[in-house]
Design a protein around this ligand. Structure first.
Ligand code: T4K
Length: 416
């Protein structure tokens, strides 16, 4: 794997290790541990030379879009990797979700988690379908099957689950409810490429699943996504819908939009897919370093992944229990930001507290107690190729130093 540009930038700028040596946090000294910003979601670049080679060939071919050879190859490789019959690449997962939702024929109301990226809800609302937010299971952060049926009304047509952090939804329980109540079932698999459930790769569950290959995802195609399904009729419809409904020159046989992936995106996606095991290895190494680094810290819990399943370790998710830790999640986030560690508060405050949903459904939070509680406690830490294990050690030392002197930290923080 070729060295990542940002990682080499770090090498040229060795860290000031003040936080590792003393409790002198940047909050007190104004001197951050990291000279450059450390982002959650810094893109991975698996093999720069191979990508440039593919891009050169693409330029020579002068075929840039409209289901070109690179997109076709990427689709076949994804279908093989995931073990599904059909894969249709799209320009991003949000448009992919919109197309899949329309192809499956959803309308009225659809049950979704509130604890997801807002694109899941927007993909419905954009088509005037009402997302009805159901609460999560705090142990998994995924939809809690026991909290779904109370939301079913005569207008409900489907359940749309998100495999949050790449950890699979309770697929069997959701399928049972969907079947018994006459609902359709589909999944937002934006986080879950390369992950499995009971040994089966995510991508073949429900009627259809949608992956994201956004720049911030561990496997990126700059922007991009993929819709996977085992239903041949649905796949044919989705293929038409991504390309204005064209079934050949001058022959439009379906309502459609422009959801096509470009060739340059497929070149990036294919190149990263060839190196997917290396990308997972990097994430896993960082994850294990975080696990060791926070193991002894009270009130700070690293979310676990099932060791018996395939997993991309894309997200390093930490839950902060303010009572045990002595600092709130928001206080720790401020500490880390002062050190140039741009930890993120995904998916706070929950879709139900974002517009337009908070105006449409002002009381939704009453039925979402776990979502409200967990969303206020989660922070996501940087990982991927741009983060070295020594960076992880420094980040854990910063957290340790902050938890060791909560009152001094609170005194130095700006009021939020
Ligand atoms: N469903 C779920 C469950 C999702 O999580 C997402 C996307 C979707 C659907 C929709 O998929 P797409 O339509 O995007 O394919 C980011 C991503 O933009 C978004 O794709 C992702 N989820 C979400 C979890 O994270 P923001 O609003 O946090 O992005 P932003 O601009 O703050 O960037 C995140 C961090 O990444 C920043 O610290 C900067 C860094 N970054 C970003 C880009 C684009 C880089 O270092 N380089 C870059 O090129 O949403």
């Amino acid at each position: 794997m070729s060295p990542d540009a940002t990682a080499s930038a770090h090498l040229m700028n060795p860290h000031l290790t003040n936080a590792t040596e003393s409790a002198d946090l940047a909050l007190f000294t104004g001197r951050p541990s990291f000279p450059e910003l450390l982002h959650v979601g810094r893109p991975n670049i698996a093999n720069r030379e191979r990508f440039l080679e593919r891009t050169g060939e693409m330029l020579d071919r002068r075929w840039f879009s409209n289901h070109g050879p690179l997109v076709q190859e990427f689709e076949q490789r994804i279908a093989d990797y995931v073990g599904v019959k059909h894969c249709i690449c799209v320009c991003n997962a949000t448009v992919g979700l919109e197309i899949a939702i329309r192809a499956v024929g959803l309308r009225g109301e659809v049950i979704v988690p509130s604890y997801t990226f807002v694109a899941t809800a927007h993909a419905l609302q954009w088509q005037e379908i009402t997302p009805v937010f159901a609460d999560m299971d705090p142990a998994t952060h995924n939809l809690d099957p026991a909290r779904i049926e109370r939301h079913i009304t005569p207008r409900t047509t489907a359940i749309l689950g998100t495999h949050v952090w790449g950890r699979p939804c309770p697929v069997e329980a959701l399928s049972e409810i969907a079947e018994r109540r006459g609902l359709r079932l589909m999944f937002d698999a934006a986080h879950a490429f390369g992950c499995s459930h009971h040994g089966q790769m995510i991508g073949g569950f429900g009627l259809v699943e949608v992956f994201s290959f956004h720049a911030t995802k561990f496997l990126n195609s700059f922007e991009g996504g993929a819709i996977t399904t085992n239903d041949s009729e649905l796949a044919a419809k989705i293929q038409l819908m991504t390309n204005f409904g064209f079934a050949g020159y001058d022959n439009v046989i379906h309502l459609g939009t422009n959801g096509k992936m470009t060739e340059v995106s497929a070149a990036m996606g294919l190149t990263n897919l060839e190196c997917i095991d290396d990308l997972v290895t990097v994430n896993r190494r960082n994850y294990e370093a975080y696990r060791a680094g926070v193991a002894e810290l009270r009130g700070v819990t690293l979310m676990a992944y099932d060791p018996n399943e395939r997993c991309n370790y894309q997200y390093v998710v930490v839950e902060v229990d303010a009572i045990k830790a002595g600092l709130t999640r928001d206080e720790l986030v401020q500490v880390l930001h002062a050190e140039n560690v741009l930890t993120r508060k995904y998916f706070w405050p929950g879709c139900h507290r974002m517009e337009p949903y908070k105006s449409f459904q002002p009381n939704a939070g009453l039925l979402l107690p776990q979502t409200e509680r967990v969303a206020a406690q989660i922070m996501v830490l940087p990982t991927g190729q741009s983060v070295r294990d020594t960076d992880v050690e420094t980040i854990c030392e910063i957290i340790r130093a902050a938890l060791g002197q909560p009152e001094r930290v609170r005194g130095a923080l700006k009021p939020l």
